[in-house]
Design a protein around this ligand. Sequence first.
Ligand code: C2E
Ligand code: MG
Ligand code: MG
Length: 461
Amino acid sequence: MLQMGSAITLCEFQREERRLATLEATGILDSEPEPAFDAITRLAAQYFRADTVLLGFADESRIWIKSYWGEAVRELPRIDSTFEMVLAEDGPVVVPDVSRCAETGRRALPLRRLCPASFASVPVRSREGEILGVLSVFACQPRRAMALDELRMLESLAEMVSAQLELRRIKRNCQCASVHALKPAKCAEAGWPTSDDLLRALEQRQFVLYYQPEVELVTHRIVGVEALIRWEHPERGLVCPADFIPFAEESGLILPLGDWGLAEACNQIQSWCSEDPGHSSLRVCVNLSARQFAREGLTDHVEALLQRAGVASRQLGLEMTESSLMPSNHIAVEVLGDLHRLGVSLLMDDFGTGYSSLNYLHSFPFDVLKIDRSFVSRMTQGEQPLQIVRTIIELARALGMDVVAEGIETREQYALLRKLGCRYGQGFLFSPPLPAQRMTECLRLPGRVLPGPEGAEALCN
Ligand code: C2E
Ligand code: MG
Ligand code: MG
């Protein structure tokens, strides 16, 4: 039953039905309080010096608070709430001085327990434009009217919430399976490889690292390199990580394999730097798996490897996905803090594919966000994937992080990313992963500048 204080029209009723159906599709109301949104309420609180920030979604009668800053609130009656005001306005509501509300004809506020003297509320909309919830900042003091760019900031934060909701909806529809979900490849026959196969391959040094350049999009200069493991199998040829990493994880052999990879990458950095000391500005990134991450003494191990190879910590980057942090969430903050203090770069890989990406950003000291290639590949196909990429870039900017777009394959994707202000990227458009020797040749290019994607610059103007 709607409890909106007055008789409603058929049109309002239909709007309400649509709203509730969309909310249901996101599953947000049934979820636990949403720490994924804490980065946003925290940012809003800092930016507006607010005493309380609430992010909530409204069902028929209540506002369910999914993240708060300041006052701990779980739910509020919807009647006479700021949500109703935003709904009535069909847009933001800014009240610099609540005591003057009566004069301006507004109804008294319901938030007596917060006793705000001023507040601003903006809608959180669905992709179709329906108002699903509200992001509100409250202050105990009356404040001057909000400047336009301040209001714009609040609206951007609400847009980030909308993008995150949209992600939830897509994922619930299973339309957004990560391309990198490392499931054993279909072509790999059942039972292969066994742990014996993997162990033998390790002993016989059949694993190699390929390197894919990471470029600054405007200049095409190589600023970093991602190390990607391959198995040079004597009969099967070059085997991709998706075909053996899951088995290595399962069997625990990922630990010696990961150790080998880290050591190999450190030696490679050293070798590139000894050829050209200018390469000390290059960052070589290695992917870490869940088991490696959960392993005790990881930071000490990394430090020892760096020392042994004579490499500075800032030359190494460690890439982690949300799922590799998840099983050991409680220790992740500590380990990432230690790695950060050691001075290695921390990159969040495949960003956007997990449910709680925002939460991870909020709690962990990541330097770089890597936008998953599933978003990059779809961004030219419609407004909504484009909006997700735009939001990720804005979010990273707000948090002071660098962004690397993964899997850039076309000139159109390149041009769009540049327009959105994305600074770095990697993908087949620039180069596939290369054997060490060929990567060395790329690094010898004058200024480490790769040839630009033909005609792409024209698309950027
Ligand atoms: P990732 O870290 O997200 O690596 C990016 C993947 O995207 C790589 O696949 C790369 O070859 C591919 N890629 C790069 N540019 C493009 C492009 O333009 N188009 C397309 N379609 N693909 C592109 P790869 O090498 O097969 O690696 C897959 C995943 O395996 C990696 O995803 C990473 O999660 C994991 N992996 C690779 N090496 C290691 C390793 O040494 N240790 C661990 N634990 N995992 C690794
Ligand atoms: Mg990676
Ligand atoms: Mg990735």
